[in-house]
Write a protein that binds this ligand. Structure first.
Ligand code: GTP
Length: 223
């Protein structure tokens, strides 16, 4: 049996930095992890890349040859990966045997963990190959500075949880940039009435009913 982490989260949330820190930590404690680049647009890495989607397809080539923009091109690349799970991925995975630990550094396009089924199919393929998979979801701690950003960050994470149906760990990244750590506490242990009153303060009264449903629903779903 192998083990895998799927590192996801919005663009720029710190996924590659997390992978690099994890690699350095494992090296320091003499454990082995293999970091896989699943981002066809990635250019440089602070970790040794064990497998690289760009050997299969790169965003630059797709944009140049097919005339796609960056987002359409990225989805095209990921769908191409999906079509090649049985050959390219299968072949690459043959290098990793029992007890190997793979960490997949994924692209940040939110479509991939909201409604496009590519990552879900990717995970199912790994599971068929006897990998135990979990999700590490990176969320920039700047999302925890006001209630509306907090709700949008939670909803994105929740949609990944619902779509991927895997053990899921949320990590707040860039904590060194948070100046108001006290304010952050409200969001680490949120209470529906407090969220609701903050939402109502930020929005016109016509949103009161929607705010109530959202605050209650988040409490039930996430905590
Ligand atoms: N201050 C600070 N900056 C960070 C931290 N983690 C990441 N960054 C910075 O945030 C930016 C984005 O980090 P990446 O690790 O490239 O983020 P990513 O999620 O892999 O980005 P995409 O692959 O483009 O989606 C870089 O400039 C990092 O140096 C952190 O903990 N603290």
């Amino acid at each position: 049996m192998g083990y895998a982490q799927l590192v996801i989260g919005p663009a720029g949330s710190g996924k590659s930095t997390y992978c690099s820190s994890l690699y350095q930590h494992c090296e320091a404690v003499q454990r082995t992890v293999h970091i896989v680049n699943l981002d066809p647009a990635a250019e440089k890495f602070d970790y040794p890349v064990a497998m690289d989607i760009r050997e299969l397809i790169s965003l630059d080539d797709v944009m140049e040859e097919l005339g796609f923009g960056p987002n359409g091109g990225l989805i095209y690349c990921m769908e191409h990966l999906q079509e090649n799970l049985d050959d390219w991925l299968e072949e690459e995975l043959e290098n990793y045997l029992d007890d190997d630990y793979l960490v997949f550094d994924c692209p940040g396009q939110i479509e991939l963990f909201s409604h496009v089924p590519v990552l879900k199919n990717f995970v199912e393929h790994l599971q068929r190959k006897n990998f135990k998979v979990c999700v590490v979801y990176l969320l920039d701690s700047q999302f925890m500075t006001d209630v509306t950003k907090y709700i949008s960050g939670c909803m994105a994470s929740l949609s990944a949880m619902v779509q991927l149906e895997l053990p899921h760990v949320n990590i707040l990244s860039k904590m060194d940039l948070v100046t108001d750590r006290r304010g952050l506490k409200n969001y680490l242990n949120p209470e529906a009435p407090i969220l609701l009153s903050q939402l109502n303060q930020h929005m016109p009264p016509s949103f009161a009913k929607l705010n109530k449903v959202l605050a209650n629903w988040l409490m039930i779903s996430l905590w």
